[in-house]
Design a binder for this molecule. Structure first.
Ligand code: DAH
Length: 341
């Protein structure tokens, strides 16, 4: 009998009670009135009198441990089989959730914004659905300027052929909105999406990103513009980058320039990306045209300023070695997951 008690003791310890069914099996086998332990108590009277106290003691211990296991398992199961958690297996490994991460365009834009905000520039935004008036007229575009051509601009006609509404073709109208809204001194950057009705290819898309800059104060000169662009470029493209300002034309700046940086892929030696020239164009810039200032109610005799507008997407493509601009706009998870947080 002693051996039976000891092997039952071990059985009770080893018994796995993870489900209500196992709990019921355990109860029926050991603790009910006709269970194994009660049966052994019934057999106690046939044990030799001298052995009775010892065997009785062992049996009591057996009963106690069976009862303890039962109530412990009951409690555990009650906790996991409440109405909301029915059937939950707490021993299963947890589910992993996919956490989003920053889009590569936003990563690069974030770096650019940080550099300019460290130099004291605030951030301004404007609508992507813009009026012809802000996108062209106020920026000193003559009425017959080719940039207004239907081929470049998405006009939103909505059935009305003379509509003044379009998708902005550059971030420069935000300059106008800021100048109408704020008194100088003004120092802002305006990042955002712009739209152009161009042939779509790996290198150009109908939507892309620009970052505009505007600084208006007393005695602002072209030297201030150069210093700002130079400081920005060194932080963005590396401390030994060189700059080249080429004379250019924009209706809203005079004088105007386009800025190249030494190709940061080949260090200026000439490669496929810079088309063997050693230079990459990064932006247009210039001194804000007096007509634009006057349009916005700012006296060009008192104030002067510079402006610049740079493309963002090309830097993203080069930085991450992405060879097709369309990938930046398709939201394909196979591509986005390559840029974890
Ligand atoms: N808006 C021009 C473009 O999209 C870029 C530009 C050139 C912006 C010169 C400026 C500027 O602010 O001063 O091509």
């Amino acid at each position: 009998m002693e051996n039976t008690i000891r092997s039952l003791q071990q059985e009770i310890i080893d018994f796995e009670i993870n489900t209500p069914e196992a709990l019921e099996t355990f109860r029926l086998r050991y603790t009910v009135r006709k269970g194994l332990i009660a049966t052994l108590f019934g057999q106690l009277k046939s044990v030799e009198p001298a052995e009775k106290p010892r065997i009785g003691q062992l049996l009591n211990e057996l009963k106690q441990s069976a009862d303890a296991r039962l109530s412990e398992a009951e409690e555990k199961l009650a906790a996991t089989t409440s109405e909301s958690g029915k059937g939950i297996d707490l021993t299963l490994p947890g589910r992993r959730y996919f956490t989003g991460s920053e889009h590569p365009v936003q990563k690069v834009l974030g770096e650019m914004k940080k550099i300019f905000s460290d130099m004291g520039f605030g951030i301004a935004t404007g609508p992507e659905l813009e009026l012809d008036h802000y996108n062209f007229d106020m920026l000193n575009f003559p009425p017959d300027h080719p940039a207004r051509d239907m081929q470049d601009t998405f006009f939103i006609t909505n059935g009305n052929a003379d509509s003044d509404v379009l998708l902005r073709t550059h971030t420069s109208p935000v300059q106008v909105r800021v100048m109408l809204d704020q008194k100088p001194p003004i120092r802002v950057i305006c990042p955002g999406k712009v739209y152009r009705n161009e042939a779509i290819s790996a290198r150009s898309y109908c939507v892309f990103h620009q970052l505009e800059g505007l600084y208006i104060d007393k005695n602002v000169s072209f030297a201030d513009l150069k210093a700002t662009i130079y400081s920005f470029s060194r932080q963005m493209f590396g401390s030994d980058v060189k700059l080249r300002f080429r004379p250019s034309f924009f209706p809203f700046t005079e004088p105007s320039a386009e800025v190249d940086v030494t190709c940061y892929l080949c260090g200026g030696k000439g490669c496929r990306v810079c088309k063997k020239s050693g230079w990459l164009e990064i932006m247009g810039c210039g001194m804000v045209h007096p007509n634009v200032m006057r349009n916005c109610g700012i006296d060009p005799e008192t104030w002067s300023g510079y402006a610049f507008g740079m493309g963002v997407d090309r830097t993203v493509l080069l930085r991450y070695k992405i060879d097709d601009i369309r990938l930046l706009f398709e939201n394909d998870l196979r591509m986005l997951r390559q840029f974890p947080a």
